[in-house]
Design a binder for this molecule. Structure first.
Ligand SMILES: Nc1ncnc2c1ncn2[C@@H]1O[C@H](COP(=O)(O)OP(=O)(O)O)[C@@H](O)[C@H]1O
Ligand SMILES: O=P(O)(O)OC[C@H]1O[C@](O)(COP(=O)(O)O)[C@@H](O)[C@@H]1O
Ligand SMILES: [Mg+2]
Length: 550
């Protein structure tokens, strides 16, 4: 732990792939936290293997440390396994829109802190490489920017995988337009129908003209799918088509798939970058501040909640019941509840609840009906799964556990309880807007966000970085190693201040006693310690939910 509050510039030994200048003492020294499981420097003749669906087993970390507990968790670079790659002047330097903006280029050494609430003696903690077109001051004191691809040589492809989410088309559009207008790239392919599209479907040539209006439409013009990740066939297709930049848009499953593709590409020694753009309407991807489409989803959920409220207050003993998305994380339900102010009870997977007896849900419902004559309940789809007698032992094609429809189950149980046990006539209206919300186009704020994500991914790829996911960390876009976004899920922390706000806004019971709260706090502390151990030595990091930071 640092013993003084003074900030000192980290002293490192050099390895900075983004510049072609000689090593200087100011650059990071990397160490592997665990030994690499493949030998990237020995690509095979054609590099092909007969592998099928695989899980990435390469846990190599690219970490540099500095004074004061500074840790850089860096992302791979092409020169890690293909040394002596030539660099080219960055065309952005001559681009009239970008070159005049002095702050458009980021310093090649900029990093973004994961932990921004610090104390006098706190270690500086984990950092990620800042995204953006990179610039260095050379020995002649000139600012120059270099890239690892010549525009004419770039052959990019884009694929969308997993469930729908507002903003998919915007990200596709912005990758195409960004590559085209910023870097003069002309060859961009859309892969149809998710991962399996690499080997089983057609491709669509993408130009700014083709994608011009697509951000106004919901869904993805490329189509999507679950399952079908056959690594060797995907990489064979990438190799056969001469693709050298792969942009993968999808959730945690997709990023795991992208990580495996990256490992195979590295094993074959190919000059191909793999860049992930995180998509999850549930906002369950960790490290990043929020995921695109989340804002739109919360806004659209208001319409369902409003409808539930109107229905509920128009009749005697009316209950409006809305089920929202959120398999394992209740962010949409929590934010939609906080945004609406009409909700009396919000149920999420992270907060266990019970039905019968003092402090239970039925008692609370009865009280609200007696006091107000109506009530609105919002429930995330993954909440209360443990209350169902038997859980479904089925998975979707991607291996995600299929959940029981707990919303339907609970609304029926509420009806039965009040009619049979309490002899009270209630009027419950059940609304499930899931697919209506997922299918809408993204709102203006998500559109801007999608543009930044797309641009970050493009700049990273052109600069030769690979095996990364992009996303804002405390408001600054950064390149994050795949492993960091797939190793765990982002969850609502119910011992945090935001959940306290929700409880105070709805007045619902917390369903927890003090002992349980203490046990949860202990569990969180242990999780935090575990995360510190994974990352390395001598630093701490925030592991709590990433939205919002305060
Ligand atoms: N561990 C994994 N390794 C390789 N591919 C995976 C893995 N998990 C999921 N995938 C692939 O990623 C794609 C999307 O995954 P899915 O879980 O359906 O959606 P999401 O990416 O939104 O979480 C699917 O094609 C699936 O086969
Ligand atoms: O019906 P589908 O398409 O399998 O999707 C249902 C799931 O999709 C989601 O909306 C998002 O899931 P992904 O992030 O895995 O795409 C979940 O909230 C929901 O459980
Ligand atoms: Mg998922």
């Amino acid at each position: 732990m640092a013993s003084s509050a003074s900030i000192s510039r980290p002293r490192f030994r050099c390895f900075d792939p983004s510049n072609s200048y000689p090593a200087t003492p100011d650059h990071p020294r990397y160490f592997s936290a665990s030994p690499p499981t493949s030998s990237p420097s020995t690509p095979r003749a054609n590099g092909r293997s007969s592998g099928s669906m695989a899980i990435s087993d390469n846990s190599e970390l690219k970490i540099a440390t500095g004074p004061g507990g500074y840790v850089l968790e860096d992302v791979p670079h092409l020169v890690d396994y293909i040394p002596d790659l030539p660099t080219y002047p960055n065309p952005l330097q001559d681009n009239p829109s970008y070159s005049v903006v002095k702050q458009y280029f980021v310093n090649a050494d900029d990093t973004v802190a994961q932990k921004i609430v610090v104390h006098k003696d706190s270690p500086r903690g984990t950092h990620f490489r800042r995204s953006g077109p990179r610039q260095k001051t050379n020995h002649m004191q000139l600012d120059i920017s270099q890239v690892y691809f010549e525009s004419n040589d770039v052959h990019a492809c884009i694929v969308t995988c997993g469930g729908l989410c507002p903003g998919l088309n915007t990200v596709i559009r912005e990758i195409v337009c960004g590559l085209y207008h910023m870097y003069g790239v002309r060859r961009i392919l859309g892969i149809e129908g998710g991962y399996r599209g690499f080997y089983a479907r057609n491709t669509i040539p993408l130009t700014p003209k083709v994608v011009n209006d697509i951000h106004k439409r919901g869904g993805t013009i490329l189509g999507t799918s679950r399952g079908g990740h056959v690594t060797s066939k995907i990489v064979d297709s990438i190799q056969d088509r001469g693709i050298n930049q792969v942009y993968v848009i999808g959730g945690d499953g997709t990023q795991k798939g992208a990580s495996v593709i990256f490992e195979e590409i590295r094993r074959r020694g190919l000059k191909v970058v793999v860049a992930g753009i995180p998509k999850t309407i549930d906002n369950d991807i960790p490290v990043i501040d929020r995921s695109f489409g989340f804002d739109t989803a919360v806004e659209e959920a208001q319409r369902a909640i409003n409808a539930a409220h109107v229905e509920a207050e128009s009749v005697e003993n009316g209950i409006g019941f809305v089920k929202l998305m959120g398999r394992y994380s209740g962010f949409i339900a929590m934010y939609a509840t906080l945004g609406s102010r009409d909700v009396d009870c919000c149920l999420i997977p992270e907060s266990p609840f019970y039905l019968e007896g003092p402090g239970g849900l039925y008692e609370y419902i009865e009280r609200r009906l007696k006091e107000d004559g109506h009530l609105v309940i919002v429930m995330a789809e993954g909440a209360g799964q443990e209350l169902l007698a038997e859980s479904m032992n089925q998975q979707d094609a991607s291996g995600n556990k299929l959940l029981q429809d707990v919303g339907l189950w609970l609304s029926q149980n509420i009806r039965d309880h009040f009619s049979k046990q309490r002899n009270m006539a209630i009027n419950l209206k059940y609304i499930d807007p899931t697919y209506m919300i997922r299918a809408i186009p993204s709102n203006a704020s998500d559109n801007v966000y999608c543009t930044l994500l797309a641009h970050s991914a493009i700049h990273g790829a052109m600069a030769g970085y690979t095996g990364f996911t992009v996303g804002p960390v405390n408001g600054r876009h950064a390149y994050i190693p795949f492993r960091r976004v797939t190793e765990r899920q982002n969850k609502v922390v119910i011992t945090d201040r935001m959940w306290a706000r929700l409880l105070s806004s709805t007045n619902q019971p917390s369903f927890l006693d003090l002992k349980e709260v203490e046990a949860m706090k202990k569990e969180e502390k242990e999780e935090e310690t575990k995360a510190q151990l994974i990352v390395g030595e001598n630093h701490t990091e925030a592991t709590s939910a990433s939205l919002p930071k305060e």
